[in-house]
Design a protein around this ligand. Sequence first.
Ligand SMILES: C[S@@+](CC[C@H](N)C(=O)[O-])C[C@H]1O[C@@H](n2cnc3c(N)ncnc32)[C@H](O)[C@@H]1O
Length: 402
Amino acid sequence: MGIQEGFDMVPRLTRGTEDALKWENFIDAIRERYQDDAQAMFHDSYIEFLAGEHPILPLEGHKFLRFCSKINGSIAEETRVWDYLESVRRIAGSVFGSRIRPWTEINEDRGFYDWRDVHDSYKSTSPEKMQANVASMLKTLTKERQRQFLSLHNNFPGRNAFAGIVKTNALPCGPGADSGGIYLEICLINHSCIPNCHNSWNSETQQETIHAIRDILAGEEITISYETGALTASRHEHLRKNFGFDCHCDLCSLPLEELQASDHRRRQIKLLDEQIGNGFTMMTEPLKSLQACQALLKTLTDEYHSRDMALIPRLYYDAFQVAITHGDEARAKVFAERSYRARVACEGEDSPETKRVGTFMQNPAAHFGFAQGSKMWRTSKNAQPKSIGVDEFEKWLWRDPS
Ligand SMILES: C[S@@+](CC[C@H](N)C(=O)[O-])C[C@H]1O[C@@H](n2cnc3c(N)ncnc32)[C@H](O)[C@@H]1O
């Protein structure tokens, strides 16, 4: 018998740099708290508490859904399990706040997630299990393919070499996805904080794609980004911990003053992105949201020197949504066209998201949010001003009075 209790992470963490760093801080705090505790076992990829049902914490946050155990046995054993559940929950709460959702069967609460999902997350945590899975998959490949897999870089040498190769090289099949792929050529691509290519998962063709996001000179190295635009110190910490290298890309080699300017822009990018994501402002003060989109476009262009980098299609799509929510089909059409073009550059014409944006380019009013905020900006879809200069057109587009 006994009751089950613990806590869930809701929503679950993404593979993004911000969540990864928070999880690293949390794991560091756990290490510090339990370093002298013989019942806390620090494995290659997870921490196991030798109490109750041996609850575990993966070292990669995106794999974590739940920390829990049945509380049963002698009073001393019950107290020991409860102490672990409670103190780990408290440390998690101090890092993740309301994302930590405690539950207990006493209150007929069995947690946020389905147990099948929780078990799947455990499976992906243990390198021994991953090692066994990869070994059985490898057996189905030709000798040449096996050799190619084994020739991939392994940043985690040790007993579970197959698992180490997967950890070093796997790319997620979509943002925040739990499954990943190994690609014999793509996995040879190194990282740059200002990459010249963008990688993405095409869920329709079931392929990982690499698109150049700016001109690449003959002989120049092809690069993608292994992180999501964090500030210098966090970025370096993430790359060192997860990929074992110090980054010396064009951005990281800049003089301190310029790096500080880059950090300032990255802070601005985050702030503007949050501002744009505020649905209430978009409904009540759309001009503010549109101005934030315009400011973000400028900051992104200054930071990444390219109009096709991965955040641009989303930014134009956000501007499209602001315009269409207030009935402005003329500007919405232009924003949809720009979002489409940038997405073609990043993901190709056959990406499902590119195709979706393409439909709004033809018919902006087909968007579910059409005139949902107001009709105060109502225009028809072909009402763009003709015969005006580029600067004047941009002013019209962004409703810029300057
Ligand atoms: C997915 S592999 C990339 C291919 C790898 N360079 C190779 O030769 O097989 C990831 C590993 O490459 C190395 N790497 C990637 N980008 C790097 C960079 N900008 N500087 C130094 N090492 C890098 C790191 O060892 C990292 O763990």
